[in-house]
Design a protein around this ligand. Structure first.
Ligand SMILES: Nc1ncnc2c1ncn2[C@@H]1O[C@H](COP(=O)(O)OP(=O)(O)OP(=O)(O)O)[C@@H](O)[C@H]1O
Length: 256
């Protein structure tokens, strides 16, 4: 079996500020990898470098594509990377407004992704979009409404449906429950947990919330000041942290 994503020696700076330093890891098919660390530790920068949204200074990100075989994400043409991101990848933003097209209906938001992977039949697209609204617990009757008329929690559910409807091979998630109130967060976490299980998703999830990481991820990388200071199976890292920084993070939310 080949890794889905292989990252080697990835570094990124902004001016003189180092955001990521010499990051190495493999993501295996079916694996959900969490990236945790305090604010400013480089999590989002790393995620954006993985998804080709930012160009690293050094290092490589190799993706094992269904359509193109093994490719270096940063050597791809912009057109091909866009195509990959519509067909084989998903990206769930913290702010659903960035991941949705706010000016078109919920059905069109979902349908667009289906069309990117070849769906053409209007009736089928509409039916699948309705089924997905159900799946993310939005009333089917809201299919023709624009996301501007949705609540924050509903927008996040719709963004999840838009990203998962095409059954992507790899999903990037940046604080998918951040910025929502606690009860809404809990329901979205439940939803993500069941979708991750039923779709056997491979995903890279950025969060500063160790509870979210515990619930959704198999493996964790802990970042501090742009560098990965610890990685391992999620339960192992959280129950028996080895690095002083991880011990501090864990102690700050789970008082012993
Ligand atoms: N566009 C940018 N221009 C300049 N500096 C940036 C930019 N984006 C990030 N940085 C810097 O890079 C470092 C890492 O930021 P990053 O957003 O990756 O951290 P993070 O761990 O995702 O933080 P948070 O949890 O607050 O989102 C920080 O010092 C940040 O100030």
């Amino acid at each position: 079996m080949k890794p889905l994503l292989s990252v080697r020696g990835l570094s990124k700076r902004f001016g003189t500020r180092v955001a990521c330093r010499d990051v190495d890891f493999d993501l295996w098919p079916g694996e959900v990898l969490g990236i945790v660390g305090e604010s400013g530790s480089g999590k989002t920068t790393l995620l954006n470098c993985l998804a080709g949204r930012l160009t690293p200074e050094t290092g490589s990100v190799t993706y094992n594509s269904a359509a193109y075989g093994t490719v270096d994400v940063h050597d791809l043409s912009e057109a091909r990377r866009r195509l990959l991101s519509r067909t084989e990848w998903g990206f769930v933003n913290q702010d659903a407004r960035e991941g949705l097209r706010m000016g078109v209906s919920a059905g069109a938001n979902i349908g667009e992704r289906l069309m990117a992977v070849g769906a053409r039949h209007y009736g089928d697209i509409r039916r699948t979009a309705s089924d997905w609204l159900d799946r993310v617990e939005i009333e089917r009757g809201r299919l023709d409404d624009r996301p501007t008329t949705y609540s924050g929690g509903m927008r996040q559910r719709l963004q999840i449906a838009r990203n998962l409807v095409s059954e992507p091979r790899l999903v990037f998630m940046d604080e998918p429950t951040g910025g929502l109130d606690v009860s809404v967060q809990a329901r979205i976490l439940d939803l993500l947990r069941s979708l991750v299980g039923s779709l056997h998703l491979s995903a890279v999830l950025v969060t500063h919330d160790l509870g979210v990481a515990r619930l959704l991820t198999h493996r964790l990388m802990v970042m501090q000041g742009g560098a990965v200071v610890e990685d391992g199976l999620t339960d192992q890292v959280l129950d028996d942290p080895q690095h002083a920084y991880t011990q501090m993070l864990v102690a700050s939310i789970l008082p012993v």
